[in-house]
Design a protein around this ligand. Sequence first.
Ligand code: PXG
Length: 442
Amino acid sequence: MEDHASSNLPGLSAWWMPFTANREFKAAPRLLVSASGMYYTTQDGRQVLDGTAGLWCVNAGHAQPGIVRAIGESVATLDYAPSFQMGHPKAFELAERLVSFSGERFSHAFYTNSGSEAVDTALKIAIAWHRVRGEGTRTRLIGRERGYHGVGFGGMSVGGLASNRKWFGSLLAGVDHLPHTHDLARNAFARGQPRHGAELADELERIVTLHDASTIAAVIVEPVAGSTGVLIPPVGYLERLREICTRHGILLIFDEVITGFGRLGTPLATDFFDVEPDMVTVAKGITNGCVPMGAVLVKSPIHDAFMQGPPGAIELFHGYTYSGHPLACAAALATLDVYEETAAFANAAALSSTWEDAVHALRGQPHVIDVRNLGLIAGIELAPRPGQPGARGMEVFRRAFEKGILVRVTGDTIAMSPPLIIERAQIDRLCSTLAEVLDGIA
Ligand code: PXG
């Protein structure tokens, strides 16, 4: 086999890598050079089983021919088209597809290029919506501790991960946070939704009392929190948030950047939980990770409230050069086709109990203090090494990669979210490799 490591390796210095320990990585790089189905191929020619769908995005598996073809055809036909006062057919076609994908729960789509942009867009729409309806005092945004909503100033501000916030100054004013729902004492090793914690949603009542509903625009939460290390909502929690928001005229936004497109075996988490927010943000799986794209799906009363002024007036002063990029729209349309043709969501739903059994079999392995799961998501929380939070998790990640599986690690929680086309034998391999790794580390 060709020695990739010594032949094609570019200089590693110039790229300042995101969310990466740059110096450590560059001393011992992990480079991926191709991908197909459930596997990555590394620079040194190894096959790595993808336990994370890239970064929660390649839900249909890698290099799906229909998507690859659509992308090639699209760029050769219409490389770029402006979306300000102009349009192209695929952007309209995709919006209609997304509306029907959502089961008509949402009536309109606004395009962005990432989850972060989708979140900032949704927050801006929420504030502007109250204003167009004459409730311009409603500007406060409520997020949640341990929430992750990307890295724009809006998303960072409503997010609840201290290390993503503390470096960047005063963030947005007028933001408050719900408590997170992680409760190992009551819920450790829960299968599916944990039983305890619905009452934590009542904290929203306290926040409303403190600030007054007339100052609050929106609440944003991830229905299942991913980046923080997989937190599954307690039974009844999301329902209660919905009820409190409705009672006080506050918009509820579900950030479905990781839960959208089949992760729970349904199109959206809103279908899984049957709790309807006013807006959802999506990204990642919308194009199977092939082309950057995000979107905000909104209910018709939100869209329609903006359509009141003179018809020649711009209704929303917001958008991106690449909103509705032809390449992204073509990729998304082909991705939706592939999800349908392969019955990917049904496969995820059918496998979720096998997945649950497999990951819960890791209970009892060294260092494991919790296992949590829903749909095709799992979090395996390890006890941290004393005085070294995250060190044990990082070692698991590195050793697992050496043994041919890709997992994600946040602090000391291992997160897995494989492509929805995963097979039983591959689930077994992910879990047995993890068990070996856990056995072998201090
Ligand atoms: N919202 C949520 C819920 C996310 O999970 C974003 C917004 C931001 O999306 P963009 O496209 O701007 O990155 C995300 C992103 C991880 C991991 O390991 C998760 C994300 C990104 C990178 C790593 O859990 N989620």
